[in-house]
Design a protein around this ligand. Structure first.
Ligand SMILES: NC(=O)c1ccc[n+]([C@@H]2O[C@H](COP(=O)([O-])OP(=O)(O)OC[C@H]3O[C@@H](n4cnc5c(N)ncnc54)[C@H](OP(=O)(O)O)[C@@H]3O)[C@@H](O)[C@H]2O)c1
Length: 345
């Protein structure tokens, strides 16, 4: 098998393709011949050496990646309900950037028949993140007004769809004009293009009383204003910090990181109470220790997909060998939907 290994954090040249022995299934494991691998912004942060759970759970060297689609190659003795050749998708805490993957049975799901490998590979991580943020943390009510930052991206696009599924009014924010159509197609009621419109003046015009829920993975660039634009009893869900990171070059600037860290707002419990606002945060890596919630969320999302209530993100595919270009493109901030690596066997 081949896998992509990062021996030391750094730029794109750290993504090294290596040959390794094929995995052998443990009793409860499923070995998958990987056809496609979902790329997440967290993989870039792992490559840069700034992803806390990469250090916590694995350390370096590390093979990044959280999700694959492919066919079952072999199963362990305790797995009796999946035949070799079955089309599946799977989630994994790291190790997905590989042509074969061993995962526990509980993290493997049958592929809905209509789904292609590339669409399936990019579905799990972003939809689970959006599902957890909205339904496990923010608990939207029909009629709520939701603001989604980076709404044309992987997680952002899913938040738009799930917000509409919950009966909410959804305003998406994007950083470039070519993304506006993508967000409208996903069902958003309004889109703010912050490259041409004043973000917060437009946001105030669209929701004069503030937003019930704001979902923010920008970090320092917008967090303070996101908090200010909550309605009473509003919730700010924080789930990333990408505005601290470079859009080209692939290596974070240490001084800028330190300054942005200092500039990131700290929310006062007194202010939260007086103003009736909540700030929530989470990291999906920890969900792998809560198998029941993970399975519940993914099954619900797959059901919505089969019922036609949810669509998979638009996908841009790259060959396995072009992983560096895929990271470069994702970090540029110009992509929409999901980026996926494809494997040939
Ligand atoms: N907490 C969790 O468990 C969890 C799980 C998954 C993802 N995440 C986070 O969610 C965010 C989105 O992840 P994704 O994989 O779906 O990526 P993505 O949204 O497809 O791509 C990143 C988007 O962020 C925006 N952006 C703003 N500043 C940027 C910068 N300096 N560098 C690059 N992009 C920048 C760009 O959109 P606009 O310019 O249009 O805003 C860009 O298209 C990331 O911050 C990621 O770390 C968190």
């Amino acid at each position: 098998m081949k896998k992509i290994v990062i021996h030391k954090p750094g730029g794109y040249e750290r993504l090294v393709i290596e040959e390794h022995p094929d995995p052998v299934p443990g009793p409860d494991a499923v070995i998958i011949d990987v056809a496609a691998i979902g790329i997440n912004y967290a993989d870039c942060v792992t490559r840069m050496g700034l992803y806390a759970s990469a250090k916590h759970y694995v350390g370096y060297p590390i093979t990044p990646g959280f999700e694959v689609a492919g066919t079952v190659r072999a199963t362990g003795a305790a797995v009796t309900d999946l035949e070799p050749g079955t089309r599946v998708l799977a989630v994994t805490r790291f190790n997905a950037y590989a042509t074969q993957l061993a995962v526990p049975r509980s993290q493997v799901f049958r592929l809905p028949p209509q789904l292609q490998f590339t669409s399936a590979a990019g579905f799990c991580a972003v939809s689970l993140t959006a599902w957890f943020a909205l339904f496990e943390l923010a608990h939207p009510h029909a009629g709520n007004h939701i603001l989604v930052h980076s709404a044309a991206g992987g997680v952002g696009g899913m938040l738009v769809q799930l917000g509409k599924l919950a009966g909410c009014r959804v305003t998406g924010v994007v950083g470039a004009a070519h993304k506006v159509g993508t967000v409208l197609e996903l069902g958003a009621d309004a889109v703010i293009d912050k490259s041409t419109q004043p973000l917060w003046l437009t946001a105030e015009r669209l929701a004069p009383d503030g937003y019930d829920i704001i979902l923010d993975a920008n970090g320092v660039a917008t967090l303070r204003q996101s908090y200010r634009h909550l309605a009473p009893v509003g919730k700010l869900v924080v789930y990333g910090f990408h505005s601290m990171l470079p859009q080209r070059g692939g290596v974070p600037h240490k001084l800028r990181l330190a300054l942005d860290y200092l500039r990131t707002p700290r929310f006062s419990p007194f202010d939260l109470t007086t103003r009736n606002r909540s700030v929530l945060g989470f990291n999906l890596s920890f969900l792998f220790d809560q198998t029941t919630t993970l399975q519940l969320g993914l099954q619900q999302l797959l059901d919505w997909l089969e019922e036609g209530k949810l669509q998979t993100p638009g996908v841009t595919s790259y060959p396995f060998e072009s992983v560096a270009q895929a990271h470069r493109d994702l970090e540029s901030g110009q992509t929409t939907g999901k980026l996926v690596l494809t494997c040939t066997h």
